[in-house]
Design a protein around this ligand. Structure first.
Ligand SMILES: [Zn+2]
Length: 495
């Protein structure tokens, strides 16, 4: 352990203005600042920007970017239809395929021109949960942004198998270069304040982000061309209004001093998205539980389901708990079958040998919300519940996600109700194990659960200037809520 708590500062840039050539110079100016200070940022580049840098012969910018950490910021960013527009009515699998169809060629262009990406960041407010299978398919491991759709109390989190730096809330800052020396003074003051808070907390992250085009232009390039759902014909696309070379140089000079101040702080390390991944291992994979250990964790007394800490270093997402419970039911069923064949007498079960293991990947959540067809407290046959686990286990293996419903014959049980009810059964059996008198209760009353993690998904989020004024995408928010089964804190591990 080091004596000074580690404070890691993430600088990330959305490199997107492909219509204003002067923004290339702002980008180069910022890259120069990082080279001078001997540190790296994460530069999330729009594929069209990478392509125009190539077309404009900006080898200088491309080379400088290659020496930094690269992220991907969509193929064309704000051209309609943007991602949330073309996915507005999509389901899960068709949505995933459509993102791959539209985004994969652009991503391959950025790989060819700049190298592979550590990070994905969405274009403006244009987000959909179907991006995560695309990211995994493309091999982009991290999501880093300050987008409004989902956050976990200002801390890093896992969602859909992807670690997120998003909505860090009080740990996000920036310096207002437009306010000149006063802006720099205030920016440094604010950084120092957050730095002290992070040190008091024993270490953590600070997130700082800009768009390089901000230093070159007075307005965003996409607001000028694509605001409120508009898309003029390509020949009419125009660059953003310029600040002018002198103002741009002044802004860059202030940024250089801001960065210099941060780099000089003792205990502060400027970190890229790629480097951060080393601090965010998911310790849950391969974790082994006995029935008693699993039952201890299943304390959803009010029916509210959320992630659970196993210890200070390991946390399970609700879908991981669901998969463990399914595996436990399956193993209990196998134990019963074995014992029945060995002796016909009605002897007590021995569950002490059963072990269940967390998988490598967090199962995704269901993709439709399906209600339970039985009434609460209806008595469920325990052996039917165990049998249902066979099919659920196969579903998890086949689809890599939770089923929309668990079938007891023709009756559907919603996953949250199934988890809470099965948790009751497991707790009962684990308690009986302690007194060495385990038998399978013939019935277990159906209980009602709900995924409390859904509260971290926000719905009033479609207010990006590029969307039409009345744009809404409730279907995407519903899918996002269902995927909250995968939500859990991403814990920083300082080795
Ligand atoms: Zn952007």
């Amino acid at each position: 352990m080091s004596e000074v708590p580690p404070v890691h500062v993430l600088f990330w840039f959305d490199v997107e203005d492909y219509l204003t050539p002067e923004s290339d110079d702002a980008l180069l100016g910022l890259l120069d600042c990082f080279e001078r200070q001997g540190v790296q940022g994460t530069w999330k580049v729009v594929a069209e920007k990478a392509r125009v840098l190539e077309e404009r012969g900006r080898e200088d910018v491309i080379r400088a970017l290659q020496r930094q950490d690269i992220g991907y910021h969509t193929d064309t960013h704000s051209q309609h239809p943007v991602l949330a527009e073309y996915l507005r009515s999509a389901g899960w699998e068709d949505g995933v395929e459509e993102i791959i169809r539209r985004e994969r060629p652009g991503y391959e262009d950025t790989v060819r021109i700049l190298g592979p990406s550590s990070t994905f960041g969405q274009a403006g407010g244009s987000w959909a949960p179907q991006i995560y299978p695309f990211m995994r398919d493309a091999g982009i491991p991290l999501f880093m942004d300050e987008a409004s759709h989902i956050g976990l109390d200002g801390a890093p989190f896992w969602y859909c198998n992807v670690p997120h730096i998003n909505r860090l809330e009080t740990r996000v800052t920036r310096m207002d270069f437009e306010a000149g020396e006063k802006g720099l003074r205030q920016g440094i003051g604010r950084f120092d304040e957050i730095h002290r808070d992070v040190v008091d907390d024993g270490g953590g992250l600070i997130s700082i982000y800009y768009h390089p085009c901000e230093f070159a232009t007075l307005a965003f390039w996409d607001g000028v061309n694509f605001a409120r759902g508009q898309q003029p014909p390509r020949p009419q696309w125009k660059p953003a209004p310029l600040r002018g070379a002198q103002q741009m140089a002044a802004g860059l000079e202030l940024f250089d001093r801001y960065l210099g101040h941060i780099v000089a702080q003792p205990g502060v390390e400027v970190l890229t998205g790629r480097q951060l991944l080393n601090l965010l291992p998911d310790n849950a994979a391969d974790r082994v539980f006995s029935i008693a250990e699993l039952a201890d964790m299943l304390t959803f007394s009010s029916g509210a389901i959320e992630h659970r800490f196993v210890d200070a270093d390991t946390v399970l997402a609700p879908s991981e708990i669901f998969a463990l419970v399914v595996e436990a039911l399956l193993q209990i069923m196998l134990t019963i079958t074995d014992e029945e064949t060995e002796n016909s007498a009605d002897t007590a079960l021995d569950l002490t040998q059963i072990r269940v293991v967390v998988g490598q990947d967090t199962p995704l959540g269901p993709v439709h919300r399906q209600a339970t067809t039985l009434q609460p407290d209806a008595p469920l046959a325990s052996d039917q519940l165990l049998e249902a686990a066979i099919d659920v286990d196969r579903y998890l293996q086949h689809h890599g996600r939770m089923p929309d419903a668990i079938w007891l014959g023709s009756e559907a049980i919603a996953p949250a109700d199934f988890l809470i009810t099965a948790a009751d059964l497991l707790r009962k059996m684990a308690a009986a194990q302690r007194s060495r008198q385990v038998t399978l209760p013939s019935t277990i009353p159906l209980r009602t659960g709900h995924l409390d993690s859904e509260r971290h998904v926000h719905d009033d989020v479609w207010n990006w200037v590029v969307f039409a004024k009345d744009f809404d995408a409730p279907g995407l928010i519903e899918l996002a809520r269902l995927q909250a089964w995968t939500l859990k804190p991403a814990l920083l591990h300082y080795g």
